[in-house]
Design a protein around this ligand. Structure first.
Ligand code: CP
Length: 349
């Protein structure tokens, strides 16, 4: 693998998930693979999980790691060509990226969208220029429109925790085969027959306009997983918050949270701002925060969030502190997702 910027860079997502889980079982099985190789992690924006998990993943593979908080420690970068640099920018991305490529065998880059110009963000101008000029393989640590390491970790988490419920044809015609108590009704069966998990991406409230990178990327990976028969995928958001269509092929779309999460096995909570009214903080209706009352509508769903999360604004504390929360498990799996991607890159250096 030479580039990890989206699900489209992955030949076989099932194999990559299996690789992450194998590394989780045996973290140091490839500890010589990265010997004398250097990973450079370049951050234009803050991070906790991505920075630490990717750094640890590289160390587990025997790599050297350098981290540059470019937003705080680097020169102000110019990205446009043909400008006379007589303003605030000091170094052009052409030289900066190329120089980093001289020092590193693989580079990671985090570059959030500015949420001012939709075309500029959705063309991934900064990320693509960095890839073009650095000359070495690049891992996205979250770009303007996608967060693929997060999405891979999310798919790993769902794959690892899902326990299929037998579908009707696999039962023996009586409630006994489901271990139901006398008088207890069988669990409702979704379209997927519960052989597959029902996964719902659920929009949540926020006080700021946030990027669409995490939900775009999650949707893209879940749509791919759905196409490969791994799960059943629904997106719920208020009207006006629809994601750009190319990220959601095959997803069921709902504007009613309660209907969408009925019988869900996984609810992935996340805020995002409007794609249509780009960069604006729109009004939104009441009743979109996941809490225990909403959880009762689900199939005892596991609740996920990429973190950081604003408690009791995006997601109720009673869920975060309760048995259905997967958020820490999910954050832990960021390590194995990053290690699987770096391993695939090292194998092709
Ligand atoms: N989920 C995630 O990417 O966390 P950080 O922003 O802390 O890296």
């Amino acid at each position: 693998m030479k580039l990890f910027s989206s699900v489209h860079d992955v030949q076989d997502i099932k194999q990559l998930v299996a690789s992450a889980l194998a590394l989780k079982a045996s973290p140091y099985a490839h500890s010589d693979l990265g010997k004398n190789k250097t990973l450079g992690l370049v951050f234009m924006n803050p991070s906790l999980r991505t920075r630490l998990s990717t750094q640890k993943a590289a160390l587990n593979l025997g790599m050297n790691v350098m981290v540059m908080n470019m937003d705080k420690e680097g020169w102000a970068l110019e990205t446009q060509d043909g400008v006379i640099m007589n303003g605030t920018t000091v170094e052009h991305i052409r030289e900066a990226a190329a120089v980093m490529g001289e020092y590193c065998d693989i580079l990671g880059l985090r570059s959030f969208p500015k949420l001012q110009n939709r075309d500029e963000d959705y063309n991934e101008e900064f990320f693509n220029k960095f890839v073009k000029f650095c000359g070495v393989p690049v891992v996205s640590l979250e770009s303007a429109t996608r967060h693929p390491l997060q999405s891979l970790a999310d798919l790993v988490t769902i794959t690892e925790t899902w326990k299929p419920i037998p579908n009707p044809s696999q039962r023996e015609g009586s409630s006994k085969s489901l271990n139901l108590a006398e008088g207890e009704t069988p669990l409702p069966l979704g379209e997927a027959g519960r052989g597959l998990p029902k996964v719902v991406l659920a929009w949540a409230p926020h006080i700021k306009p946030l990027p669409q990178a995490v939900p775009n990327s999650f949707a893209e990976w879940m749509c791919k997983a759905q196409a490969e028969g791994m799960l059943d995928f629904t997106i719920a958001q208020p009207e006006g918050f629809e994601l750009e269509e190319s990220f959601t092929p095959g997803a069921k779309i709902s504007h009613n949270l309660d209907e969408a999460i009925a019988d869900a096995d996984y609810v992935y909570v996340k805020n995002w701002s409007s794609y249509k009214e780009y960069g604006k903080l729109l009004d939104f209706p009441e009743g979109w925060m996941m809490n225990n009352k909403k959880l009762s509508l689900t199939n005892n769903a596991k609740v996920m969030h990429c973190l950081p999360v604003r408690r009791d604004l995006e997601l109720a504390s009673e869920i975060l502190d309760g048995p259905n929360s997967l958020v820490i498990h999910e954050a832990g799996n960021r390590l194995w997702a990053a290690q699987a991607v770096l391993k695939a890159m090292l194998e092709e250096l």
